[in-house]
Design a binder for this molecule. Structure first.
Ligand code: NAD
Ligand code: TYD
Length: 348
């Protein structure tokens, strides 16, 4: 059986990728490598636990000796690398954590794959973000040839890791692919990100902190569509290439929050307009990118991918998931989350 390592498989997107790969590829042995930071949660993977083609290894990718021990102990066919520090606001507070995991951790994995992996037949896939391209004005979209221009410590660290992955292809002929995706929404997302944070606050009648004037624009993609693109690119992508992934679904933050409030009023049996009264404009994020939008035509034309779920449908499903999983939400917002929340929002 071929061994495929998926890093960050206990996180939001990673857990969707792991579930999909375990279910669709019984001929592959999926090894989920994750340090279980605040963002990693084995509860996200209950339905694959015990499956014969699935294994979990708790490991920090910045621990070079442990990574080397894992890669040298068995033949690794390929790697789908998602482990990362992923939240822009945290990167503004603690940039070095992002350098360590996103840059150093990625290079440690590249070295291990180069030394011990099946570089003849397998590949190293780096899952990245559209934020590496910087920010857009009112017009235009990011393509694969848009110059890198990252603005936050998070996007700078992801840009740096993309560059290392590409450099290992040029220098050592490592078989690699990279994808750069827009904002994901869906189940199991840690409530530091906009949508689950707002759902959690609406449920608890807490203020909804909208940064600046709420006019920044993001392109939202259903997480399962991202996971499907990752599976497709892993098997069918061309070595050395980059693929942009996006939802063709741009929303101003404030419009998205209003839409969420309307749906939540209906679902919670509140008066129309009740949840929107919680909206509170707060100090803007430092260096806040204005707009992201993705041109995904390369992936659509070359590999035949398109988003499968309309936003209205995916958004409603997402909200239902959080409302049906209040215990999950309760557990991940207990403990350290309260400290995070007050440090980030108390005096904003
Ligand atoms: P997440 O924060 O939900 O999960 C990250 C996972 O990585 C967690 O399980 C965490 O435990 C693990 N991890 C963190 N540091 C680690 C370390 N040092 N060693 C091992 N494991 C570690 O992130 P996400 O939103 O699921 O994003 C996954 C990947 O996709 C990231 O690389 C991110 O840059 C990229 N991405 C995310 C989005 C998005 O909208 N969330 C969009 C495009 C790309
Ligand atoms: P986020 O989910 O953090 O994703 P990213 O910064 O990677 O795009 O934020 C999405 C947008 O929502 C972004 O423009 C910042 C904004 N935002 C708020 O207005 N309030 C919040 O509390 C959060 C977390 C984000």
């Amino acid at each position: 059986m071929k061994n495929i390592i998926i890093t960050g498989g206990a996180g939001f997107i990673g857990s969707h990728v792991v579930r999909r790969m375990v279910a669709n590829h019984p001929d592959l042995h999926i090894i989920n490598v994750d340090a279980l930071t605040y963002a990693g949660n084995l509860e996200n993977l209950k339905d694959v636990e015990g499956k014969s083609n699935y294994e979990f290894v708790k490991l920090d990718i910045t621990d070079g000796a442990s990574v080397e021990a894992l890669f040298s102990s068995r033949k690794i066919h390929g790697v789908i690398h998602l482990a990362a520090e992923s939240h822009v606001d945290r990167s503004i507070t603690n940039p070095l954590d992002f350098v360590m995991t996103n840059v150093v951790g990625t290079v440690i994995l590249l070295n291990a794959y180069k030394a011990y992996g099946d570089t003849e037949n397998g590949r190293f896939y780096h899952v990245s973000t559209d934020e590496v391209y910087g920010t857009l004005g009112d017009e235009g979209k990011f393509t694969e040839t848009t110059p890198y221009d990252p603005n936050s410590p998070y996007s700078a660290s992801k840009a740096s890791s993309d560059h290392f992955v590409r450099a290992y292809h040029e220098t050592y002929k490592l078989p690699i692919v990279i994808s750069n995706c827009s904002n994901n929404y869906g189940s199991h997302q840690f409530p530091e990100k906009l949508i689950p944070l707002m759902i959690h606050n609406i449920t608890h009648n807490k203020p909804l902190p909208v940064y600046g004037k709420g006019e920044n624009i993001r392109d939202w993609l259903w997480v399962e569509d991202h996971a499907r693109a990752i599976e497709l690119i892993y098997f069918k992508g061309v070595n050395g290439e980059t693929y942009n992934i996006g939802g063709n679904n741009e929303w101003k933050n404030i419009d998205l929050v209003h839409k969420l409030c309307e749906i939540m009023d209906r679902k919670l049996g509140r008066e129309p307009g009740e949840s929107a009264q919680l909206i509170t404009y707060v100090t803007d994020r430092k260096g806040h990118d204005f707009r992201y939008a993705i041109d995904a035509s390369k992936l659509e034309n070359e590999l035949g991918w398109t988003p499968s779920v309309a936003f209205d449908q995916g958004f409603e499903k997402t909200i239902d998931w959080y409302l049906e999983n209040t215990e999950w939400l309760g557990r991940v917002t207990s403990g350290a989350y309260a400290d995070y929340y007050s440090a980030m929002y108390a005096n904003r």
